[in-house]
Design a protein around this ligand. Structure first.
Ligand code: QAP
Ligand code: CO
Length: 168
């Protein structure tokens, strides 16, 4: 297992469109294991392959308190079921230290493949519904800061660039 380097905003590689996984094989399962190790180490509740500079449609997630509910979504597709929205104070491992409220559809269906390549469907609500939408955005090159005001986004960009320079 390995802890992978997480790309940080405004790294342009976070804007890459992920490709569908054509075969869920052992190399994909190794990547998934490394993504879980990276996410739990951070710690975080969700990580998309895009964030570790692998441009395949893979997301790992665990919103439990005790790391007891690992979820894998390969080639996820979302359908919005109703037009009500849920505001949530979102963060992101690629935007460390910053949280902003984002409104997203509250009621969705997710269809995806699991780590064995088997199709499954979920109708999550609450944090799980928010988190899967946030992670699917990563696969499409989108970040939660894209939904906030340009002034706030620029402020976050400047602060992160400064801390990245200091670490370099
Ligand atoms: C996405 O985010 C998410 O700023 C997952 O310093 C978050 O795991 C979706 C983290 C909230 C919906 C609601 C963030 C860790 C982890 C930070 C995460 C930080 C350290 C974020
Ligand atoms: Co994120």
């Amino acid at each position: 297992m390995a802890i992978l380097k997480i790309l940080e905003f405004p790294d342009p590689r976070l804007r890459t469109l992920a490709e569908p996984v054509t075969e869920v094989d052992d190399s994909i399962r190794t990547l998934i294991d490394d993504m879980f190790e990276t996410m739990y180490d951070a710690p975080g509740i969700g990580l998309a392959a895009t964030q570790v500079n692998v441009h395949k449609q893979i997301v790992v997630m665990d919103i439990s308190e005790d790391s007891s509910d690992p979820l894998v979504f390969i080639n996820p597709q979302i359908t919005v079921l109703a037009d009500d929205t849920l505001p949530y104070d979102e963060g992101c491992l690629s935007v460390p230290g910053f949280y902003e409220t984002v409104d997203r559809p509250a009621s969705i269906r997710v269809e995806a493949l699991d780590r064995n390549g088997e199709a499954f469907t979920l109708e999550p609500d609450g944090l799980l519904a928010v988190c899967i939408q946030h992670e699917l955005d990563h696969l499409n090159g989108k970040l939660f800061v894209d939904y906030i005001s340009p002034v706030k986004r620029e402020r976050i960009r400047k602060k992160l660039e400064k801390s990245q320079r200091q670490r370099a």
